[in-house]
Design a protein around this ligand. Structure first.
Ligand code: NDP
Length: 358
């Protein structure tokens, strides 16, 4: 019985998130990518933060009432992972197989997807935004439940674990607060919906991003000195500043090209037709935001205080493995899109990700 309940718990949560996302109020915004047939910019209904806070309140409520233990998602973690795994695969096949091939092999189509930006119910549900929302909320519920389990075992919460959980929570709230800015990212203009995005958001995101907490939740407080915790927190904040700063500067530039961001007036190069930013965050390296993500991942891995537990290193390593090829791919895409202007940019801003190093 527990196994079946555990297996279907993510299905129930995903359904609940969909219901909340669909029925709760949200703001309608115009995005960056265009409808494949009409050429009009797509519109999105966004209410991620509201859905997240509602789900956290529900988690607190059902725990407080004694209907579902606070640490339920910890207790059923393996069954729930299996349920999310199957749900992710079923969804991915459902969103790929009925649609015309892109000309690639079937396996590649299943992995990378066929539809570019599928929307349902007059745009009230955009597949990509829905996927990110589910992943983010489920990850947060998992974090809360794992921390509750740690508290049950030790009667207190290790400061490192608490800070790691807080950083991941901050990362989630930050993403859901800036949903609109993410409409301007690679996932929207360069990716389709297949296993990579579908299974990635429904299974990988809410469970793998938990790995640092998962691997150390049953370990006692490692008694990391306060000054070391402060250093790791500063590392996280530095990473966040680079990632969020670069994303916001680009977003401001694309939406109001002349407007200064954080006092940085946009400096640009142009070929008379297209324009690129060359100062501020975009003058440090061509993808300083990727360095920011890697630093945040490293800080989370370190702060729990068990660098000898190799599992925790999978988290920052995953970012390296994801973002290095993505940077090369994006560079190629931009070289085609911007032509000589991109050459000029790469001469002015020489480093790909890490200033003075790479
Ligand atoms: P970017 O936000 O860096 O977007 C790259 C695009 O920006 C380019 O394709 C180009 O698109 C435009 N661009 C590049 N250089 C310039 C310039 N100098 N001036 C103006 N426009 C430029 O990358 P992503 O979309 O990959 O990432 C977005 C964010 O999401 C990043 O912070 C990334 O780290 C984060 N991320 C987080 C993940 C996670 O799991 N936490 C996973 C993946 C990404 P255009 O055609 O519009 O000009």
């Amino acid at each position: 019985m527990t196994q079946a309940l555990g297996f279907f718990t993510p299905w129930i949560i995903y359904l609940l998130i969909t219901f909340l996302h669909y029925f709760m109020p949200g703001r309608w915004v115009t995005g960056y990518v265009k409808h494949a047939e009409t050429g009009e910019l797509l519109r999105y209904k966004l209410n991620g933060r509201l859905v997240l806070f509602t789900c956290i309140l529900l988690w607190l409520l059902v725990g407080f009432m004694g209907w579902v233990p606070y640490d339920w998602l910890y207790a059923i973690r393996w069954y729930s992972l299996a349920g999310a795994f199957v749900f992710g695969l079923v969804f991915s096949l459902w969103i790929v197989l009925p649609y015309p091939s892109t000309g690639r092999s079937l396996l590649l189509d299943i992995f990378l997807g066929r539809l570019e930006n599928p929307q349902y119910k007059n745009g009230r549900i955009d597949a990509k935004m829905w996927l990110y929302l589910i992943g983010a909320v489920m990850l947060e519920l998992n974090i809360l439940s794992f921390v509750a389990h740690h508290y049950d075992v030790f009667g207190t919460i290790s400061p490192g674990l608490l800070l790691g959980a807080a950083m991941l929570t901050y990362f989630i709230i930050d993403y859901l607060s800036f949903e609109k800015v993410h409409l301007y990212t690679y996932d929207f203009f360069a990716e389709r919906v297949g296993v990579k995005l579908g299974w990635g958001c429904l299974t990988f995101y809410p469970y793998f991003y938990l790995i640092v907490i998962w691997a150390t939740v049953n370990l006692p407080d490692p008694k990391t000195p306060l000054w070391v915790l402060v250093c790791y927190t500063l590392l996280f904040l530095l990473g966040w500043t680079l990632a969020r700063g670069a994303n916001m500067q680009k977003y401001f530039f694309k939406t109001s090209p002349k407007k200064a961001f954080l006092g940085i007036k946009p400096e640009t190069i142009s070929d008379g037709n297209k324009v690129l930013l060359v100062n501020g965050f975009w003058g440090l390296s061509r993808h300083i935001n990727y360095l920011g993500e890697i630093l945040m991942g490293t800080a989370i891995a370190l702060i729990v205080g068990y660098p000898g537990v190799l599992w925790v290193w999978l988290y920052p390593l995953y970012y390296v493995a994801l973002l290095l090829p993505r940077q090369l791919d994006d560079d190629k895409r931009c070289a085609t899109k911007y032509g000589n202007l991109w050459q000029e940019y790469t001469q002015r801003v020489k480093y790909k990700i890490i200033p003075y190093l790479y």
